[in-house]
Design a protein around this ligand. Structure first.
Ligand SMILES: C[S@@+](CC[C@H](N)C(=O)[O-])C[C@H]1O[C@@H](n2cnc3c(N)ncnc32)[C@H](O)[C@@H]1O
Length: 213
């Protein structure tokens, strides 16, 4: 599938109608989501034929994009039931089959969870400090092959050190810097749109048999 076609299909998805500020529910826009998944597939072969999990799937944008790029199996995980219902609607509208699990990411049961690639746009940790690292650390425990994640560019050095030192990543690479157009979803955003610089990261986890149990 061509990049523009992927972006067009993601542009038709329904987004959060009543986002929950405490869960940092900002939809991943079609521009960023399409580039993220297209790069994972075309530069690294990490999507087609792979088992993919979308952490904090929200409306399901990254999960849907993975299914459109022929992932073998896709699971979306979110703590919020309404988001999962929305993700299900979006997948059904495109006749895609994805599994959805309601779970707090920090309580994810690792036993029997065999995933090649984790994709995510985690909470940036603005509302609950450390939420971004909780997602990243769990992603690196679950994925066999790679973790793709978006983090604020302002946190680049911190993310790199934490991924390599505390989360056992064997590599942490910024693939590109993107602009995240955050619509004025919440009342505390005074500007009409907030344009935030975010990094698209690719992390490589330790081999499964070398991880501490
Ligand atoms: C920035 S949004 C991701 C948006 C999503 N990629 C999309 O396009 O709709 C972060 C998501 O993480 C979810 N979330 C926040 N805290 C969570 C937690 N502890 N466990 C699981 N999901 C969580 C939120 O409900 C929200 O859907």
């Amino acid at each position: 599938m061509k990049l523009k076609q992927l972006e067009g299909l993601l542009g038709g998805l329904t987004q959060f109608s009543d986002p929950k500020v405490e869960l940092e529910q900002y939809a991943t826009g079609p521009h960023i989501a399409s580039r993220m998944l297209y790069t994972a597939e075309n530069s690294f072969d990490d999507i087609s034929g792979k088992v993919v999990a979308d952490f904090g799937c929200g409306c399901g944008t990254l999960a849907v994009a993975s299914a459109l790029l022929d992932a073998e199996h896709v699971t979306g995980i979110d703590i919020d039931l309404q988001s999962l219902e929305l993700a299900q609607e979006n997948a059904t509208d495109l006749e895609l089959d994805i599994d959805l699990i309601q779970c707090d990411i920090k309580n994810l049961n690792l036993k029997g969870l065999l995933v090649d690639t984790v994709v995510m746009n985690p909470p940036f940790g603005t509302k609950r400090k450390g939420a971004d690292m909780e997602f990243l650390s769990m992603g690196l425990k679950v994925a066999a092959q790679a973790v793709y994640s978006l983090h604020k560019t302002s946190t680049r050095e911190y993310i790199k050190k934490a991924a390599l030192r505390n989360c056992n990543a064997i590599s942490a690479e910024v693939l590109c810097e993107l602009r995240y157009d955050l619509p004025r979803t919440y009342r505390f955003h005074k500007q009409k749109e907030l344009d935030i610089a975010v990094d698209l990261w690719r992390f490589v986890p330790q081999a499964r048999d070398e991880r501490a149990s």
